[in-house]
Design a protein around this ligand. Structure first.
Ligand code: UD1
Length: 387
């Protein structure tokens, strides 16, 4: 069986790492080398900065991709089209039996679409999540990828209902758990050795972590300003650490906010318990450590809603909705939107000791990738037996 897996953007790397490990484990466990999976990793190059890509390969021990498409940044159409043109050449040359795509970024839909047009089956890992907000580019990517995939691997039960409602057949849907949590559980001990806390003069539970990069939050001047002003208030009560995404850094400068917030950050004293500190994006292990020891997290990321649920860290989602409802129903996530008073109010509740407790969702147990590889192998075997 020949499989091509695709990564492109930062959140893809932690999702593919355990799948590669599970394939390696399968290949080592079998006596007959004809039953081995031949695996190729394709990196589209959607993210290319060292701290948005290479650092994650190093931290997670992912082997160098066999194929790098080098597409870089661009408008949605440009980026998606460039990936498709380059990926088609790869498929025609390599003729895989299956393509695995993860998550909801432009690389996900671009490669899935290219593959199905060449009649190559597609497996979508993290299928069925829906925010019901079609202004999010990720929502479009999710709906379209699910519509054309042959294997739909889901992380939570709500995804099954979404997929059935959209007409997907039950046989294609497999509830396997969460590969990103596989990576988190595997790397917790390693992350514990990170020196990021002393490097930033932080003490456990004395600071909050902020991430912000959604176009709906940072590409709209008024919204970005409102969120930053909420943070200006919050940082009077607790130190806020903000590893800033390149998209947000660009907007900060473009909208003329950088002077005000760079000033806050530059003047934040290492010894004080409050203040606002902007830093470059971190690698996986440093960031996991930073998140694990924080008092709470403010974010518009989807993945971090899940990671904080496992870590038991309160998460304030700076969005109107979530495609991961289990993080609210069972986890530590609360969705507050972008109203300044609401963001400050919920943060103060946590600062004053009022924290939401959660529990660990079903199958978020470190074994999702192994379940995926087992299903792929079993179904391949059954298909072969059917002739
Ligand atoms: C992409 C994903 C988003 C994901 C996020 C994680 C899509 C539609 N969006 O958003 O779902 O949550 O990645 O980070 O696929 N840039 C750099 N260096 C890089 C990469 C990007 O400077 O290595 C800058 C460029 O100016 C680029 C901008 O960031 O234009 C946005 O990058 P892009 O990949 O288009 O979207 P993200 O906002 O990163």
């Amino acid at each position: 069986m020949k499989i091509i897996s695709v990564v492109g953007a930062r959140p893809n790397f932690m999702k593919i790492a355990p799948i590669i490990k599970a394939i390696e484990k399968h290949n080592k466990s079998i006596g007959d080398s004809r039953l081995a999976i031949c695996h190729l990793l394709v990196h589209t190059g959607q993210h290319y900065d060292v701290n948005m890509s290479k650092l994650f390969f190093e931290d997670l021990g992912i082997p160098e991709p066999e194929i790098y498409l080098g597409v870089g940044s661009g408008s949605h159409a440009e980026q998606t089209a460039r990936i498709m043109v380059e990926f088609e050449k790869v498929l025609l040359r390599e003729k895989p039996d299956l393509v695995i795509v993860v998550g909801d970024v432009n690389s996900t839909i671009a490669c899935a679409l290219t593959a199905v047009k060449l009649h190559v089956p597609v497996a979508h890992v993290e299928a069925g999540l829906r925010s019901f907000d079609r202004t999010m580019p990720e929502e479009i990517n999710r709906i379209l990828t699910d519509a054309i995939s042959d294997y739909l691997f889901i992380t939570e039960k709500s995804a099954e209902a979404n997929l059935i409602r959209e007409g997907r057949s039950k046989e294609k849907i497999h509830f396997v758990g969460n590969v990103m949590i596989d990576t988190l559980l595997k790397n917790r001990e390693k992350a514990d050795k990170s020196q990021i806390l002393p490097a930033l003069n932080l003490r456990p539970k004395n600071y909050a972590v902020l991430t912000l990069h959604r176009p709906s939050n940072v590409d709209i001047k008024e919204t970005f300003k409102r969120i930053l002003e909420a943070l200006e208030d919050i940082q009077k009560h607790v130190k806020v650490i903000y590893p800033i995404h390149p998209r947000s850094r660009n907007r900060l400068e473009e909208f003329g906010f950088s002077k005000r917030f760079d000033f806050l950050s530059i003047n934040c004293q290492p010894s004080t318990l409050n203040g606002f500190v902007m830093i470059d994006p971190l690698g996986y292990l440093d960031f996991l450590k930073l998140m694990s020891e924080s008092k709470f997290v403010l974010t518009d990321s989807g993945g971090m809603q899940e990671e904080t649920t496992i870590l038991g860290i309160p998460c304030i989602s700076l969005r109107k909705n979530t495609e991961r409802p289990i993080t609210v129903e069972e986890g530590t996530n609360i969705v507050v939107g972008t109203n300044k008073d609401k963001i400050v109010g919920e943060s103060l509740k946590i600062i004053n000791g009022n924290k939401k407790e959660g529990r660990i969702p079903k199958f978020w147990d470190g074994k999702a990738a192994e379940r995926i590889v087992d299903i792929l192998l079993t179904q391949k075997y059954e298909l072969n037996n059917l002739g």
